[in-house]
Ligand binder design. Structure first.
Ligand code: PYC
Length: 320
């Protein structure tokens, strides 16, 4: 192996089926501090690292990556920036749960509350109990209710726009598609068409925030859950978990409609029928602080090699 081979240490986990690959060593040396500055620096100058880690042949389309950062605040244990095969995520709760089991695996958590800096704000976790991790998320809120959009070939679709650490459009499944695993192709086509229509019609979150996650709800498979979802993530991949930021957005909408009281538990199943449990606290500025609980497992610890002579050193990058 050449001396110029880059070596990147990662710990892999999955949360309710959705993978997280935490880069624990191998970031470029830089005089940068804090998740927002790191995200901007890495996206502008070292995007090769994201594609090398998240895309094939080392990663795959569903892979969510996380750069583990030194915290800038004395009351935080770590900082993090999340990314996937097509770009950077604002926040990610399945990823935060994956990061938490990773930090526990590395012996880097203290007892009690551990605060983590993210580009969306501070989230708080506690050490896992049998893999279960509870995350207190950033403030979440419903931004717009019952927004209509004409979706070519699907007709008019109505949904809520909400922030849960990413921007979501939350909709009921059309009568023609059940929210289940067998219908992944139809759910993907439908949600991609909805997202394109939102973009084409200039429908955004606050401050023109792009709505890049589409969340579709249907009835749960059994009485273990209150609802089942399918969540389209940026790109064309779906979340294997019930999506923590998506569950936060759902909790904010339920609360705004008077259907969820503070402290009441909501059990959100994802497309694999795995569960997240959530509840909310009210905040004076409006909206809620959601808490979301899910279970993660460490699946691997590895060193990735990026060799200059490898034609796919920086991943197989999909550009439509
Ligand atoms: O759990 O928040 C989440 C998430 C966002 C994208 C994939 N998972």
């Amino acid at each position: 192996m050449s001396d110029e081979t880059k070596k990147i240490k990662v710990v892999d986990s999955h949360t309710a089926g959705e993978p997280t690959r935490v880069v624990v060593e191998g970031l470029p040396e830089a005089d940068v501090a804090g998740p927002v500055a790191w995200r901007d620096f890495l996206s502008e100058e070292h995007d090769w690292l994201r594609t090398a880690v998240a895309c094939e042949p080392r990663g795959h389309e569903a892979m969510v990556g996380a750069y583990l950062l030194e915290p800038t605040r004395a009351d935080c244990v770590a900082g993090v920036v999340f990314f996937n095969n097509v770009g950077y995520l604002h926040g990610c709760l399945h990823g935060t749960i994956g990061l938490t089991v990773t930090l526990a695996h590395l012996g880097r958590l203290s007892n009690g509350d551990n605060r983590i800096e993210t580009p969306t704000g501070i989230v708080t976790v506690r050490p896992p109990e049998d893999g279960w991790v509870e995350v207190q998320n950033v403030r979440s809120w419903r931004y717009a209710e019952a927004v209509s959009v004409e979706v070519p070939e699907w007709g008019v679709v109505h949904g809520d726009v909400a922030w849960g650490g990413n921007w979501f459009f939350l909709i009921e499944a059309p009568d023609t598609i059940e929210v289940n695993f067998e219908n992944l192709p139809q759910l993907t086509d439908f949600t991609c068409a909805v997202r394109d229509a939102l973009n084409a019609n200039g429908i955004t979150g606050a401050a023109k925030g792009e709505i890049d996650h589409i969340e579709v709800f249907g009835p749960p498979a059994d009485n273990q859950a209150d609802s089942k979802n399918f969540v389209l993530c940026p790109g064309r991949e779906y979340d294997r978990s019930p999506c923590g930021t998506g569950t936060s957005a759902k909790l904010a909408c339920l609360h705004a409609s008077g259907k969820l009281q503070p402290g009441q538990i909501w059990r959100q199943a994802g497309i694999l029928n795995t569960l997240f449990e959530g509840s909310v606290e009210e905040v004076p500025e409006g909206g809620v602080i959601p808490t979301v609980k899910g279970r993660a497992f460490v699946t691997a610890q590895a060193e990735l090699y990026i060799q200059p002579s490898d034609p796919f050193a920086y991943g197989i990058v999909y550009s439509p």
